[in-house]
Write a protein that binds this ligand. Sequence first.
Ligand SMILES: CC(C)(COP(=O)(O)OP(=O)(O)OC[C@H]1O[C@@H](n2cnc3c(N)ncnc32)[C@H](O)[C@@H]1OP(=O)(O)O)[C@@H](O)C(=O)NCCC(=O)NCCS
Length: 175
Amino acid sequence: MNQIARLASLARPFAVVATRLLPETRLISVRVRLLRFAGATIKQYAGIVGYQAMMSPEDVFIGEGAYVNTGCLFMGGAHIDIQHYAMIGPRTNFVTAIHSGEDFNEIAFYPITVESYAWIGAGVTICPGVTIGHHAAVAAGSVVMRDVAPHTRVAGNPARALPSSMRRDAQSAMA
Ligand SMILES: CC(C)(COP(=O)(O)OP(=O)(O)OC[C@H]1O[C@@H](n2cnc3c(N)ncnc32)[C@H](O)[C@@H]1OP(=O)(O)O)[C@@H](O)C(=O)NCCC(=O)NCCS
């Protein structure tokens, strides 16, 4: 490894921390570049505001035109896939790890997917292995433990399906 590559690999873990210094809603392209340098894959037109806690940025994929609001937690160890034009509300937790019941030190990681055009409200926790289907909506504060089918809406802890009108209301609430 040459000197520059060595310096880059030393600097990489600090790139996520450096985004804390940026204004919440400005310099988005600088934030995106720093997170890419840290190892995350971020496609064009993706919008990311505020600080994102990425424990393992190389596991994070953010698709074209997706939007991630402030204060989310991206745990690592397994892939976290935010597909194109998905919208992620503030303080969403992508929790990929499960501790074994037998031995607390044993940890397994499972991937999380948010499919295209899905909408995640504020303060949602998405549990290991969950896929949120395309065009689905998750209400604020939900804890999602199971897959959410495309075009459905869920709310609560544990998140359960809600009547179909909510999707429309969720979209107009976002407008
Ligand atoms: C999704 C949302 C817009 C739905 O609003 P709505 O369509 O007006 O929903 P309603 O108030 O008609 O409620 C419909 C049902 O869903 C339930 N519900 C709605 N939101 C809920 C939530 N966040 N958690 C638990 N239950 C919820 C209601 O209790 C109601 O159940 P009931 O019929 O048994 O009484 C709203 O609840 C929400 O979560 N907004 C999040 C906004 C947000 O996070 N914005 C971030 C932008 S970046």
